[in-house]
Design a protein around this ligand. Structure first.
Ligand code: PMP
Length: 390
């Protein structure tokens, strides 16, 4: 019996460096103490008040089938949020509620790409990106953002890769680099999309984690709203990863197609999860700032610990919950360094190679560990790197 080729195509060739994560998990399962700086999940649980709203909604009976593109109040709330953040008039009809940002990523590429097209994405990249693009049958084509350019993608490189392409996927604030695209970068991206007639898919799931702005949503640039799809999520902004709740904001024709896809796939997002999301969004900017605050503190810790190191470089971390360390002066690859750090110091980090070639010789640190433990682990990492180089 044979399987469809679709998923094999989606899987692609696989990344490098994931072995570190699996090995660290196996060590923990075998009872060893390992400091985990690998996974991008907030280290706090969903706020009890949000859970209470969820439970109340379920108890009130919002447990049946619900509005497939999202309940009207939540679509309106998201539209108002996006209007306020981008200055672009956005209506509930421009919003589709999805089971998480990942489903919004998948939906966007499904409705915009066909086999024979190419979908562009910026490398280094969030690891699901190429597979999500290939799931549409299209070719996933990387545009490299270089370490030497602070991982800011260049307009010329996007244009050079654009033959046969229909979409460009970007992410700012960025996972894995912690970079925020500058106004010049955003203008270059918008210009490239207009010149090459590309849809822009802007993954803004880290929009509340901005340490040094501005973080510009490209949908706000002239002429961009009609060719931009914005993806959002409550996973990071409200520590709701397990609730699987996010959205897609796009021109109405895109939302109509996405609605059709949802009818045939998810059949909507549970009503009590949507009610909890509405409650969470209505708590406002103060709550979001409080959820983001620990990551901002920890990015200062990374900066202070690595300051003045003759060996370890730090890509300027302007946003998101990650820091990208440059360990090329040790002479080791990111993978080799991470393997030795795990064996000799029992610290697990992600090798840059797992996020694409431009991040080779780097390590991604997730700032998801309590401040004191993070600082202690980073001091050990720095000493380890300096001894290797030394
Ligand atoms: N985009 C990026 C860049 C991410 O890092 C993540 C999660 N780590 C997602 C999208 C998807 O998040 P979720 O599906 O939980 O909203």
């Amino acid at each position: 019996m044979e399987l469809a080729a679709r998923v094999a195509h989606m899987r692609g060739t696989g990344g490098n460096g994931w072995g570190i994560l699996y090995r660290a998990r196996a060590m923990i399962a075998a009872g060893e103490q390992v400091v985990m700086l690998t996974i991008g999940e907030p280290d706090v649980r969903t706020d009890p008040a949000i859970l209470a709203a969820m439970a109340q909604s379920a108890a009130n009976g919002h447990t049946g089938y619900t509005d497939i593109p999202g309940i009207p109040a939540l679509r309106a709330e998201i539209a108002a949020r996006v209007t306020a953040r981008t200055g672009v008039e956005t209506r509930a009809e421009n919003v589709l509620v999805t089971p998480g940002g990942q489903a919004a990523l998948y939906t966007a590429h499904q409705v915009l790409l066909d086999p024979g097209h190419a979908g562009l994405y910026i490398s280094p990249f969030y690891p699901t990106y190429p597979g999500t693009i290939r799931a549409s049958g299209a070719e996933a084509r990387a545009v490299e953002a270089r370490a030497e350019a602070g991982f800011q993608p260049a307009k010329a490189d996007i244009l050079a890769a654009s033959a046969g392409a229909r979409t460009l996927l970007i992410n700012s604030p960025n996972n894995p680099t912690g970079v925020i695209y500058t106004p010049d970068t955003i203008a270059g991206i918008a210009g490239a999309c207009t010149e090459a007639d590309l849809w822009l898919i802007s993954d803004e799931v880290y929009e509340t984690q901005v340490w040094e702005g501005p973080a510009i949503s490209p949908r706000s640039l002239p002429g961009m709203a009609e060719r931009t799809v914005v993806l959002g999520s409550l996973s990071k902004s409200h520590a709701m990863t397990g609730s699987r709740i996010g959205w897609m904001v796009a021109p109405e024709a895109v939302i109509d197609a996405a609605h059709e896809l949802a009818i045939n796939t998810t059949y909507g997002v549970p009503g009590f999860i949507q009610d909890a999301a509405l409650f969470a969004l209505r708590r406002g900017a103060g709550f979001e700032a409080a959820v983001a605050a620990p990551f901002g503190r920890r990015r200062d810790i990374v900066r202070d610990v690595m300051a003045g190191s003759p060996v370890v470089g730090l890509t300027h971390p302007a946003g998101a919950m990650y820091a990208m360390l440059d360990i090329r002066r040790t002479g080791l690859s990111g993978e080799a360094f991470a393997a030795r750090l795990l064996d000799e110091e029992k610290i697990a980090v992600m090798p840059g190679e797992s996020f694409g070639a431009p991040a080779a010789g780097h390590l991604r640190i997730a700032l998801t560990l309590e401040d004191g433990a993070l600082e202690a682990a980073l001091l050990r990492l720095r000493a380890f790197a300096e001894a290797l180089a030394g």
